[in-house]
Design a binder for this molecule. Structure first.
Ligand SMILES: Cc1ncc(C[n+]2csc(CCOP(=O)(O)OP(=O)(O)O)c2C)c(N)n1
Ligand SMILES: [Mg+2]
Length: 370
């Protein structure tokens, strides 16, 4: 089997590909059926292996922690406690949780400005994350990075990046370092579907394929780049059709199940780690809020948002736990603990001091005038 076909995506699409997403009502949804569900299709392999109830509960709780963190941050934003941009990860949580769960020590995540979910999933303290949003000295990066620039090297989070596509060559550089130093690590580079049309993205992916780097590029295709729907960004819906040109393995599925997504992504990551097979993965997902807090999201219909709520991995996780015998009281107590954690995060951030004035001169390269 040739490298390009080892992990098969659907055949390259033409303009008719848009039929997969657009219904008569203009609701953007992936076509039902096919092999695009996380737990189906030959490429999913591990998708069928179900998790134990304890594992399901753990992954559900992690997704819930991200959702409650984001909801809490949104409230704080409207109270004027957070300045600048705030891009929420609500709806996409399963991707960060699945990734954090499969990562090995030394692996790296490089991502976009929609980065809070990765920090929480990777084990950063929620108080430090909230304090970063509040611009406080106790924040993840001392309060000077803010929402879009979370960074926690010790947890494997090598940055949120605000310039679309700019981090893709950076991530390829990390993966090159892994290959050069033979450290056995994989770099996971997350990008929005909008970033697929940026020059730097092509440069980074080309080098990753050329040098067979240990990297997995993951497109979080939430169907919109700010207010621009996919059909007005790209001539094809299936963005993995570009992978063969960069000699990248490729796969693509709907993220409706955190366990299946973790298992399917883990297999791809191990091939990148051990077999010199970098990959381009497209995950079909949805953000339930606007692009950022200033976006009311009027470019999409209530029907579309409701349709995606039916495959929300968090709701599925809850239904599965109920199916496994957890009661309302059990689920309420999980939620109560998470809400208490986020309330404590806000209290911590509120009580923290701003960065000392001299802090603004740290981490700058300043050259003397000649
Ligand atoms: C090079 C560049 N151009 C434009 C912007 C403004 N901008 C910020 S986010 C964004 C949309 C990106 O959409 P996508 O890649 O799909 O990611 P999502 O926000 O959906 O997660 C744009 C155009 C930017 N930050 N950088
Ligand atoms: Mg997008």
């Amino acid at each position: 089997m040739s490298r390009d076909t080892a992990v098969q995506a659907e055949p390259a699409g033409a303009a008719s590909e848009h039929g997969k997403f657009a219904s008569d009502a203009g609701v953007q949804r992936p076509r039902d059926g096919g092999d695009e569900r996380a737990g189906s299709g030959a490429a999913s392999e591990g998708g069928a292996a179900r998790a134990s109830v304890d594992e399901q509960r753990r992954l559900y709780t992690e997704m819930l922690r991200i959702r409650r963190f984001e909801e809490t941050a949104a409230r704080a934003y409207t109270q004027g406690k957070i300045s600048g941009f705030l891009h929420l990860y609500i709806g996409q949580e399963a991707i960060a949780v699945a990734t954090a769960d499969l990562m090995r020590p030394g692996d790296r995540v490089v991502t976009t400005y929609r980065d809070h979910g990765f920090a929480i999933a990777l084990g950063c303290d929620s108080g430090a994350c909230m304090a970063e949003l509040f611009g406080k000295a106790t924040g993840l990066v001392g309060g000077v990075g803010g929402s879009m620039h979370f960074f926690a090297r010790d947890k494997g989070l090598w940055g949120g990046y605000a310039i679309v596509g700019s981090h893709v060559p950076v991530a390829a550089g990390h993966a090159f370092a892994s290959k050069y130093n033979q450290d056995g690590a994989v770099t996971f580079c997350f990008l929005g579907e909008g970033a697929m049309h940026i020059g730097a993205t092509a440069e980074g992916m080309n080098l990753a394929g050329l040098w067979k780097l240990p990297i997995v590029f993951v497109i979080e295709n939430n169907l919109y780049a700010m207010g621009t729907p996919l059909r007005r960004q790209s001539p094809v819906d299936d963005l993995t059709t570009r992978a063969p040109g960069w000699a990248l393995d490729h796969d693509r599925w709907v993220v409706d199940d955190v366990v299946a997504t973790r298992n399917r992504l883990a297999r791809i990551a191990e091939r990148a780690r051990n077999e010199e097979r970098p990959a381009l993965v497209e995950l079909l997902t949805y953000r339930f809020r606007g692009h950022s807090m200033s976006d009311p999201g009027k470019y999409r219909t209530k029907e579309e948002v409701d349709a995606w709520r039916k495959t929300d991995p968090l709701a599925r996780g809850e239904a599965e736990l109920r199916g496994a015998g957890l009661s309302d009281a059990d689920l309420e107590s999980i939620d109560a603990a998470v809400v208490a954690e986020m309330d404590a995060a806000v209290a911590f951030a509120d009580a923290s001091p701003p960065p000392a004035p001299e802090h603004r001169f740290r981490h700058h390269l300043v050259e003397d005038d000649p």
